[in-house]
Design a protein. Structure first.
Length: 296
């Protein structure tokens, strides 16, 4: 609680002393709420806010709609987020600027392309929320039960849905092939990326999917869904595979096997795509162009 109050106070103080400056960029609309007692002209002149998929996939509050619509511009992390943001009553004065991987979560040098090995390790990194249940964890565990024993699945993350996943693993007798690792620190997570064969997340709720970008930085081929922001990152049969949003089991199995077969090719394209489009320097160029176009 005190940490939350401290952050709000810090934001409020920064606003009070920001009048001499030309621009404030907010990472989240919740932070913009501190400006609600300022005149609308203040936000129109000074405030830019990032919109993320998380708030665009659910009903938007009246206050947040007002704040979005009175900011100078809204920067959306994907075209899908922008579409849903506008449909939910957000600002039509918006632009798209895909995010980049946090520099501390990517290799310090360009990784080697992934090569076939005796064990094929599938990796997924995400929260495991029983209420959402749309990241593809259950589908992936079921898929492992249908695949050859050389395939294994490593699941990073925690949440309310973990007990049901554990039950499924036990019921399918997959304790030696499906590993629920919980939440990992940055060092251990880097090891998981380094040792994996592919990154798989057949999710149906990604507004962007930053983990796809992080995985590409480690040379991992990707698996995601059409009709989701994953299709803005994954080029089917180039840096990975896209499957139908309904996560058809046979299609999922075929996609996993195809990635294993073409691992080296997809890995090389993933590395090239990351450095061209999703590195921190690429993000800075995108954001700089947006600010220049706004004559800021």
């Amino acid at each position: 609680m005190w940490n939350s109050l401290f952050i709000k106070l810090k934001v409020l103080l920064s606003l009070i002393f920001s009048f001499p400056y030309g621009l404030i960029i907010f990472d989240h609309v919740h932070l913009v709420r501190a400006t609600r007692f300022h005149p609308t002209s203040y936000r129109k002149n000074k405030c830019i806010v990032f919109a993320h998929g998380s708030e665009s996939f659910s009903a938007m509050s009246t206050l947040d709609k007002h704040l979005y619509n009175t900011c100078r511009v809204v920067i959306c992390n994907s075209s899908l987020t922008q579409q849903r943001h506008i449909a939910s009553g957000g600002s039509t004065t918006s632009v798209v600027c895909p995010l980049a991987a946090t520099p501390t979560k990517v290799p310090k040098k360009i990784p080697e392309t992934k090569k076939p090995s005796e064990t094929i390790t599938l990796l997924i990194v995400s929260r495991i929320d029983e209420r959402e249940n749309r990241k593809g964890h259950f589908e992936l565990i079921n898929a492992i039960s249908k695949l050859d024993s050389k395939y294994q699945l490593r699941i990073v993350g925690d949440g309310t849905g973990v007990p049901k996943l554990k039950t499924l693993v036990v019921n399918l007798n997959l304790n030696d092939r499906v590993h629920l690792l919980g939440r990992l620190d940055e060092s251990r997570l880097r090891e998981e990326y380094r040792n994996a064969s592919m990154y798989v997340m057949p999710s149906r709720q990604e507004g962007f999917g930053l983990v796809f970008v992080e995985a590409m930085a480690w040379g991992l081929p990707l698996l995601g869904c059409f009709d989701d922001a994953a299709q803005e990152i994954i080029q089917d049969r180039k840096n990975g595979r896209l499957i139908k949003n309904e996560v058809n089991e046979q299609e999922l199995l075929e996609a996993i096997q195809d990635i294993a077969k073409n691992q080296n090719k997809y890995s090389q394209f993933a590395i090239e795509t990351f450095y061209k489009d999703y590195s921190y320097s690429a993000f800075k160029r995108r954001l700089s162009t947006i600010l220049t176009d706004l004559e800021i």
